[in-house]
Structures are given as C-alpha cells and as structure tokens.
Design a protein around this ligand. Sequence first.
Ligand code: 4AD
Ligand code: MG
Length: 480
Amino acid sequence: MQIKEILKQAPEGQQVTVKGWVKTKRGQANIVFININDGSALKNIQAVVEAGKIDEELLKTVTTGAAVAVTGSLVASSGSGQAVEVMAEKIEVYGPADETFPIQPKKHSLEFLREKAHLRFRTNVFGAVFRIRHTLAYAVHKFYHEQGFFYLHTPIITASDAEGAGEMFHVSTFEPNKAPLTETGEIDFTQDFFGRETALTVSGQLEGELGALALSRIYTFGPTFRAENSNTSRHLAEFWMIEPEVAFFELEDNMNLAESFVKYVIRYALEHCYEDLEFLQNRLMEEEKQKPQNERSELALIDKLKFVVENDFERLTYTEAIDILLKSRPAQKKQFQYDVAWGIDLQSEHERYLVEKHFKKPVILTNYPRDIKAFYMKQDDDLNGAPGPTVRAMDVLFPGIGEIIGGSQREDSYDKLLARVKEVGIDPENIWWYLETRKFGSAPHAGFGLGFERLVLFVTGMTNIRDVIPFPRTPKNAEF
Ligand code: 4AD
Ligand code: MG
C-alpha cells in the first residue's frame, strides 16, 4: 500500500507495511522516530521504534536516504503533525545510504539539486513539482477527450522544418567524418538511413493539420526539439508541446479553445494538487521575504492560479499592443532595452510589461505582422479586401512567463499558401503533401501549441524551466 493510502486509514492497531525512503531519523534514549516517504504524496509517515523492539545494529543502518520496509501496527499518533503512525515491529533495509548521500535533511539550492538530478526526485520540492506535472498531463488528455478530440501521434523524426526557423537537430546514421559526398562536395543524404535529410521535429503541427482535415479535432502531445542556443530560464532544447488542431475553426474559436483549455488544466491542478501547491506556495513565500519589497509578487501562488481561472484573458491586436507600448512609461523614458516600433518581434520585456504592468492578467495578442510569423498562418485582408500586412496569429502571454501559447488560423487557400512558401524560400517539393490538403477539400482550420513546461512553470511557481522537466536538455547539458 502507498503511504498516501495508509495515512488515510483509521488507526485501529491493524498491521501495515510501509515501504519508502528515510527522510529523517531522530533518536532519544528509549525511542526513535523515523520519517518515511514513498513519493506518493508530500506527507511522510512516522515509524516509532521503542527500545528493544529492533536490533540495535540494524537500526544504525536506517539513515537518511536508505530504502526500508517497516512493518507494525497503525495507531493514532500522540505527537503533533500527523494523525497516525506505525509502531515498528520489524524493519528491513533494502538499500542503506551513508553520510555521503547528498540529499540530507536541510535546505538545498535548486542549482545544487540540478547537479544531482538523479537524486533530486527525493526532495519535497521535486516530489511536488513532478506530481503536479503528472496531474497537468492527465488533465490535458482529459480535457481534449471530453471535447471530442483524438490524440494523434505525429512523428518525431521528420524531413520538414515546420517553423521554418532552421533550428533542427539532424538525425543521421552517418559517421560524422565519414559521410559520403556528392560530386559537388555536399553530404549525400540519398545514401543516409531515410534516403533524405531528416531531423527531430520542432512541432507536430503540419502533420496535425493533415489529421484535423479528416478527424476534425485532433491534438498532439509529444516531445519537440529546438537547437536554438538560448540559455534562458524559459527555453529547453527538448520540451513537450500540446498542439490541438481543429477543422472549421477560425481565429476567434481558437482563442476560446486556448483560454478554456488553460483554465481547465489549472483548475484541475487546484482541485487535485492542493497539498503540493500549498507546499510550493510556502516555499515561495520564504524566498520572497529575501527580495526587496518592490520585487515581491502581489499574489501568493494559489491566489494567482485562482485569478487566472476566474478572469477573462485580455484580447487585443498586435497593433493595439504596439500603441500601448509606445505610450508606456518605460518607452517614454527609454527604459526598454529594445525599441518599440510596428513590425518588431516583441521581446520578453515588452510582453511582460503588457501582462504584468498594464493589464495585470493573461493577454491574447492577435494579428501579428506576417513578416515575423511562420509561413502557414492565414493572411488578413486589408479594408479593401486585398492582402494586408498581418496574419491571423495569436500568442497567449502569461505573467512571469511571457509566451505560453503560440498559434494561428491556417492559410487554407492553395494559391496564397504556395506563394508564401516560395516567398520564404521553402522548396514546395519538400512539403507537397501539406500543400495537397489545400487542393482537396481545404477548409478553414486553426490550432496552437502550448509549451507544457511553461505551463508547469506557471502552475508550480518555479522560476527556471530546468526545474520542471525531469531531465532538462539545454546547451552544453545532457548529463542525466
Ligand atoms: O510559438 P511556437 O514556436 O509555435 C509552434 O511551434 C506552432 N507550430 C504551434 C502550433 O500552432 N501548433 O511554440 C509553441 C509554444 C510556445 O508558445 C512556448 O510555450 C513553447 O511552445 N516553446 C518552448 N518551450 C520551451 N523551450 C523552448 N525552446 C520553446 N519554444 C517554444
Ligand atoms: Mg511562438
């Protein structure tokens, strides 16, 4: 039985066996208290060892970090802090841990724990984070299933660069220095495993669109890879993305879906992870105390989550956002590092101003300039019905995070899409299959991508994306 379940039982002296890892052991003359955790929940169970009940030599090997099984009767606890405890009659030590075990019962920095990523799961913080991560992943599937979406598994190895940013990890079976060359001295990929150049996917979207144009509502939820050399607290080289794609959806429907989706999964976490959230909230409050007053966050973690669930996201166009930014104090006082002008790709300082200072709530920005967005986005018409300078894009921006979702309505006109593909320099031959969907039964459709780790960051209140994925992949780091 998991400790989480044992802790719920009424203490009637029944025999239980608790299996887990020792968090702490405190000794007094006649009695020893051992706190055991098995990761099923934040709470430990306390085992009580009375003098003479357990062999002294064996008891010495019950130290922080050891894996043990304790059998005994479950009784009401006379100490404070727990309702029940186990009166130990038998202890088995599966694996001892000596004093070099790095996760001793004291506060460790997150940086230190990143170096011990193989053991950091044993801490309260990472236990809480990964239980919440699991619950959010479960809620994602639950939401889409309830909405009639089908989970489509798009490929991880692909020949197309969906975002056109050229940030792909190559997949090849060639030895790096023994790749066969063509007559002109380039690598001859026709001799490679797939007979062409392939890479790890940056997005399942293009394949997802093929599914949506038949199954109507699909979503993907899988790993995506970006070889962008951004060493920030918001970027990973390997991250998980959820990408719904819906036929007959326009931009407005897409915004509604994104907003209800994010609210649903956050509400689910509030309902099912309260204890872990409360723990993380307390931890954050301790950290906040170290900060100067003006840098402290206005809302505690749980209130912040409730606020997002209970309030409408602000919706405005990119053009309106630029106007607000141009009139803003930091722009007037030249405090932004990057100048604001129509056409720029918003920097995180601009996004954070809009979300944290101006609106103080999540924001959905739409209709971005087409030159800063991917080729597949649907062109807006100008007032005269001619192609305008913007596309039907939408980004959802969150406080403390910046962009959490990026999406759009898709270009469904074959001619316009083909023209755009050529314009941005993609060889139409490479995505002939994508283009063909606009030839046969093309339909309006839209979708978006939610960066799963950015969602977990927001919900847990953690500040570095490396601390919300079990094994972070970042530039110069793939140790564990
Ligand atoms: O805005 P992006 O690049 O959009 C796409 O990939 C579209 N194909 C999605 C779609 O329309 N189906 O990425 C989507 C989201 C971002 O908003 C961000 O949350 C996350 O993915 N993301 C990253 N998360 C962590 N590390 C990175 N390097 C990320 N790059 C993007
Ligand atoms: Mg984006």
